[in-house]
Design a protein around this ligand. Structure first.
Ligand code: FES
Ligand code: FES
Length: 138
C-alpha cells in the first residue's frame, strides 16, 4: 500500500507494509529524532505532531496518516518557539538525554502552541506527563 502525507512541510509518498506504524515510517524517512522506546504508547520517546497535535507515533497505524500533516523535531529546528524552548531547558539545567529530549520538546512545543494562557508550572508538568525518562523512571 502506498500512502502520501506531508512530512515537515513536504509532500512525500511511502510504500508501507501491513502493520507498519508511523514510527517505522518516520525512522525509515531518516527522522532519527523519533525514538523507539516502549512501543506501547507509554514513554513518549516517539512523540511527533499529527496535524499539530502530539501523538505517540509507535501506536499510530501508518495507514492513518494518509493525507495528514506530520511534524518531527527535524522540521522545527529553525522554529523560533522551538529555539526558545531549547534555550530555556539549557538555561534551567533541565537537559535530558538525546533519547527522551526530542519527545519532551515536541510535547512542550504543542503545549505552548495551543495554550497561550495556561502556562503555569502545573500545566507544564501536565504537558509532560506522557514523556518518561526511561533511565531513571522520572
Ligand atoms: S516508543 Fe512510543 S510511547 Fe514509547
Ligand atoms: S534522561 Fe533521557 S531517558 Fe533518562
Amino acid at each position: 500500500m502506498i500512502i502520501e502525507f506531508e512530512l515537515n512541510g513536504r509532500t512525500v509518498s511511502r510504500e508501507i507494509e501491513p502493520g507498519a506504524t508511523l514510527l517505522t515510517v518516520l525512522r525509515d524517512s531518516a527522522q532519527f529524532s523519533v525514538k523507539l522506546g516502549c512501543e506501547t504508547g507509554d514513554c513518549g520517546a516517539c512523540t511527533v505532531l499529527l496535524d499539530g497535535q502530539p501523538v505517540n507515533s509507535c501506536v499510530v497505524p501508518a495507514g492513518r496518516i494518509q493525507g495528514q500533516m506530520i511534524t518531527t523535531l527535524e522540521g522545527l529546528l529553525d522554529d523560533p518557539l522551538m529555539l526558545k524552548l531549547q534555550r530555556a531547558l539549557v538555561d534551567c539545567g533541565a537537559v535530558q538525554c538525546g533519547y527522551c529530549s526530542p519527545g519532551m520538546l515536541i510535547s512542550l512545543f504543542a503545549h505552548f502552541t495551543h495554550e497561550s494562557e495556561n502556562l503555569d508550572e502545573d500545566s507544564l508538568r501536565h504537558a509532560l506527563t506522557g514523556n518518561l525518562c526511561r533511565c531513571t523512571g522520572m
